[in-house]
Design a binder for this molecule. Structure first.
Ligand SMILES: [Zn+2]
Length: 186
């Protein structure tokens, strides 16, 4: 194995090469990635540096390739990062969220198909049909039973309302206009 031939204390290796070997040991890559994600969520200075790095066209291309390879995994990772930055707590695992996404072909509210790859005409762009994570009752702790996948349009419309409040709002709108129609028809 490569690791045996090139021990980590070999002085001829550059730090980047040592890092590559270390990451090839099973489990280490995941360990490093999760450490990096934690830091991204909690360390503002590091986050700003990373944001600058991500504006580099080569980096952007790399990210784009990763997105196209596994759009759902990519999406879940991003969503978890953003929610952690906002101070949300995940009691639902990464794998459970990936599973939920695979089961969510349609928006839970309007039922249109959500576009997981969101690539249109070769360009990656968020559309009204892009998937978004909704906290059904707006709780800070995210669990399997209080999240759902909505299309962007429905999530923006629902806003920070709970499902109960949102349904009530829809009812009010429908009632008002149905009543109005009745009046007009008379
Ligand atoms: Zn929808």
């Amino acid at each position: 194995m490569v690791i045996d031939k090139l021990p980590l204390n070999n002085k001829k290796l550059t730090s980047a090469e040592k890092m590559r070997i270390w990451r090839s040991i099973p489990g280490n890559k995941e360990k490093a990635n999760s450490r990096r994600r934690e830091r991204y969520a909690n360390d503002l200075e590091y986050r700003n540096k990373e944001i600058l790095k991500r504006q580099n066209p080569i980096y952007k291309k790399k990210v784009e390739l990763a997105r196209r390879k596994k759009p759902i995994n990519f999406w879940v990772r991003n969503v978890r990062d953003h929610h952690k930055i906002k101070g949300h707590i995940f009691e639902v695992s990464f794998d459970e969220m990936v599973k939920l996404c695979h089961e969510s072909k349609n928006c839970k509210i309007c039922h249109i198909p959500v576009s997981w790859d969101y690539v249109q005409s070769g360009i990656t762009a968020r559309t009204q049909q892009s998937p978004t994570l909704d906290r059904t009752n707006n709780e800070k702790v995210l669990r399997k039973d209080n999240i759902q996948i909505l299309c962007l349009r429905c999530n923006v419309t629902k806003g920070d309302r709970t499902m109960k409040d949102f349904i009530e709002y829809c009812n009010n709108v429908a009632e008002r206009f149905l009543i109005k129609k009745e009046v007009i028809n008379k």
